[in-house]
Design a protein. Structure first.
Length: 369
């Protein structure tokens, strides 16, 4: 089912109206924290609603004693939860829920076409568990607050051997939600067990096609409209609102769409990889042609802010219900982790109330472990 699209116009401050020429700005009531600053490649940060976060960290230089680890800030200290030297190089794509449970993928399986195949790992209460055990690549897990997990399993069939199936674990049983020759990737799950992802078709490579899909109680709905080009990078919040990017065929510029209850709106004509919280805030990226770099932007408290204006790129991140944003910043082969957090915790963590994210002010924190 294709959705209806209507355009909305955002009423913004003067600074936001001049977005193309804006300089970086820290929103009122917020502060910017440089969490790490070193020569390592630190990436893929995720943020929960209790002031905890995770990210992947590449230690060493490319090809020389290189390893990938998962770093966890537990509210008091930064911990390497994958310091086991038996599994170097391939711990990546972490996610964390509000119970402090962490999932990621680790290259621990048998030899595959691109090295050892990856399996899904779980960290809970200080212990690490292996969720999957097969000879296929299990990738990019996401976990909700019920402990339910989604990911994609690369069976490498179809065109260019790119097919991957959507997998779901409900805490007891495993389910395969797709069975096709497409590449189903980028799954996200909310606390309603609604799942969104992108289905890619690479049969006409280097050209390709894609669709944004929603799974709910066994029913799959296609969210992107017929005229959309290369929709991808979908995200869903606990209200069932979905955001994704879609590309303009003529200009190549990506816009961001928002979908709720069958109605799609255009949030912005210039944006990439949106992340939503449950209170209407959005973190996203914009490509700045004038400097040829990605910069971080956010829509917070009904205002638009450019969060970075560096001489290097700022990349993907995450936003929680306090408006706390964490993202990757730097030029590969190095990048650091940045955190934007409110000084006070007056904003509710969830739409129906709940715990507030504690401030880093109240905790000892070493930004350069």
């Amino acid at each position: 089912m294709k959705s209806r699209i209507r355009r909305i116009v955002l009423v913004l401050t003067g600074a936001a109206l001049l977005a193309g020429a804006a300089t970086a700005i820290v929103p009122p009531g917020y502060r910017l924290i440089q969490v790490t600053r070193n020569d390592n490649l630190e990436l893929q940060p995720k943020n929960n609603n209790l002031g905890q976060f995770v990210f992947a960290k590449r230690i060493g230089t490319f090809g020389e004693d290189e390893r990938d680890d998962i770093m966890f800030y537990d509210g008091e200290q930064l911990i390497n939860i994958t310091s086991d030297t038996r599994h170097p190089r391939r711990d990546a794509t972490p996610d964390i829920n509000d119970n402090g449970n962490i999932v990621w993928r680790r290259a621990i399986g048998p030899q595959g076409p691109f090295g050892r195949t990856t399996e899904i790992m779980i960290y809970s209460d200080g212990e690490t568990y292996r969720l999957t055990d097969d000879d296929l690549d299990d990738r990019a897990p996401r976990i909700n607050n019920l402990g339910h997990i989604v990911w994609n399993k690369a069976d490498r069939l179809g065109c260019l051997e790119t097919s991957a199936q959507l997998m779901y674990y409900d805490g007891e049983d495993f389910y395969q939600l797709t069975d096709d020759l497409y590449s189903n990737q980028g799954a996200e799950i909310n606390d309603r067990n609604q799942i969104v992802w992108t289905r890619y078709d690479f049969c006409d490579y280097p050209n390709w096609d894609s669709d944004v899909l929603l799974w709910e109680n066994g029913v799959v709905t296609q969210l992107d409209a017929p005229e959309e080009f290369e929709p991808q990078n979908a995200h869903i919040n606990n209200l069932g609102v979905v955001a994704w990017q879609t590309r303009n065929r003529d200009t190549g510029v990506n816009s961001i769409r928002l979908w709720r209850d069958g109605v799609t709106t255009v949030f912005t004509d210039w944006g990439w990889n949106p992340r939503l919280n449950d209170l209407g805030d959005i973190y996203f990226l914009r490509w700045h042609d004038d400097v040829q770099l990605w910069q971080s932007w956010a829509f917070l408290n009904d205002q638009l802010y450019q969060l970075s204006n560096d001489g290097f790129s700022n990349y993907d991140g995450d936003i929680n219900n306090a408006g706390r944003i964490i993202w990757q910043s730097g030029d590969i082969p190095w990048s650091d982790i940045r955190l934007l957090e409110p000084f006070s915790n007056k904003r509710r963590e969830r739409g129906e109330g709940g715990q507030l994210a504690p401030s880093l002010d109240a905790r000892p924190f070493d930004p350069n472990p």
